[in-house]
Design a protein around this ligand. Structure first.
Ligand code: ZN
Ligand code: ZN
Length: 364
């Protein structure tokens, strides 16, 4: 095996990524080295490179990654996947965006994604190993990373977002206790919204309504399981009318709020039925405060929950979903651009200009 690998290093906003070859790391107990085959460019990577999300360089961005185990520690116990199965060189895997300690108060409470010592792939200033993100030939997996096998039937470009959008949606669906026999409204038709529509449909939701301010984004929703799409551009009442029609005026059982738009959040309690649940996922940027009627929340017995990132259980559910039902929906078409790692700077220029849904960096 080679002893050095290539990485595209992010230093600061406005400066091209530096293509640098570096020594591969020595592995400690519980760690693994992965030879990356594919990494998709997430919206948050673009935000970082444009300065909207402060990340201190040098770092290697990219957190939606698939690859094969290239090396494991020479000594110590076996390194295992989330299901306790020992990993071997050559195994095709993906892994959670964060590695957690397993010992702090939050890890013990079952919230490892908020671990006091959380390490996030593709997000952190390089300290120990350069190979900490997806836009590189290798990734150095830290101890405490939830690693999952990728079945052969799931192509790289479909498996990459498992550790970002798919697992986040799985967490939202878990918080809502599933979608079976429920009417579901999804606000926001981006990667999260499309994934939520497909998962709700696969679980047997009675209605899957998707709303968005963009007509073009709504076009794909029917292919991803939506029973109705609603363009909420100029008339906010249109959504209320559709929900009334589709639920015999009872209101929907669950709303997955993926847009982060305050107006959408403010409208939500009125769209929910008695005992309804509002799951907030998209609000990952600062906004003005939302105005909600406490009386309506009380009288309708509405629950509101926030979901940010996910637990290993959600990653397992995400991969199960992609391997069982992924082929029913055109996830593969969501990656509409591909490039090779050495061409990443030219590719980023196109991504900034033309904003493809997902671009994939192929590493061979
Ligand atoms: Zn992502
Ligand atoms: Zn912890």
């Amino acid at each position: 095996m080679s002893t050095r690998g290539l990485a595209a290093v992010f230093h600061e906003v406005g400066r091209p990524l530096e293509l640098r070859t570096s020594d591969l790391p020595e592995l400690d107990t519980g760690e693994a080295l992965v030879k990356i085959t594919c990494a998709t460019v997430c919206g948050s990577d673009v935000h970082t490179m444009r300065g909207a999300r402060p990340v201190g360089g040098p770092t290697v961005l990219g957190h939606e990654i698939v690859g094969c185990i290239a090396a494991l520690p020479d000594t110590g116990p076996d390194v295992c996947d989330v299901n306790g199965k020992s990993l071997a060189v050559g195994d095709r895997v993906t892994w959670a965006v964060g590695a957690s300690c397993g010992e702090c108060r939050l890890c013990r409470q079952g919230i490892p994604q908020k671990c006091d010592a959380l390490f996030k792939y593709g997000h952190e200033t390089v300290t120990r190993s350069l190979f900490s993100g997806g836009f590189a030939e290798f990734c150095h997996l830290q101890r405490g990373t939830a690693i999952i096998h990728v079945p052969d039937t799931v192509p790289d470009v479909v498996a990459c977002p498992a550790s970002c959008a798919t697992a986040t949606v799985a967490a939202a669906v878990r918080v809502a206790s599933g979608c079976q026999a429920k009417s579901v409204l999804i606000q926001g038709a981006g990667m999260l919204g499309l994934t939520a529509a497909a998962m709700a449909r696969a679980q047997g939701a009675t209605e899957v309504i998707v709303s968005d301010v963009s007509k073009s984004r709504l076009q794909r929703c029917v292919d991803f399981g939506a029973s109705r799409t609603v363009h909420v551009g100029d008339d906010p009442q249109r959504l209320a009318t559709v929900v009334d029609e589709m639920t015999a005026s009872r209101g929907v059982d669950v709303i997955f709020e993926m847009s982060g738009a305050v107006a959408a959040i403010e409208q939500s309690p009125a769209l929910l039925g008695i005992g309804g649940q509002l799951v907030l996922v998209g609000s990952v940027f600062p906004t003005r405060a939302a105005q909600l009627s406490p009386e309506m929340l009380v009288r309708k017995l509405i629950r509101i929950e926030g979901v940010h990132n996910y637990t290993p259980v959600d990653l397992t559910m995400a991969m199960d979903f992609l391997s069982t039902d992924g082929n029913r929906f055109p996830f593969q078409t969501l990656v509409d651009m591909e490039f090779a790692l050495p061409d990443i700077n030219q590719a980023l220029g196109i991504i900034f200009d033309q904003t493809p849904i997902r671009a994939a960096c192929r590493v061979r």
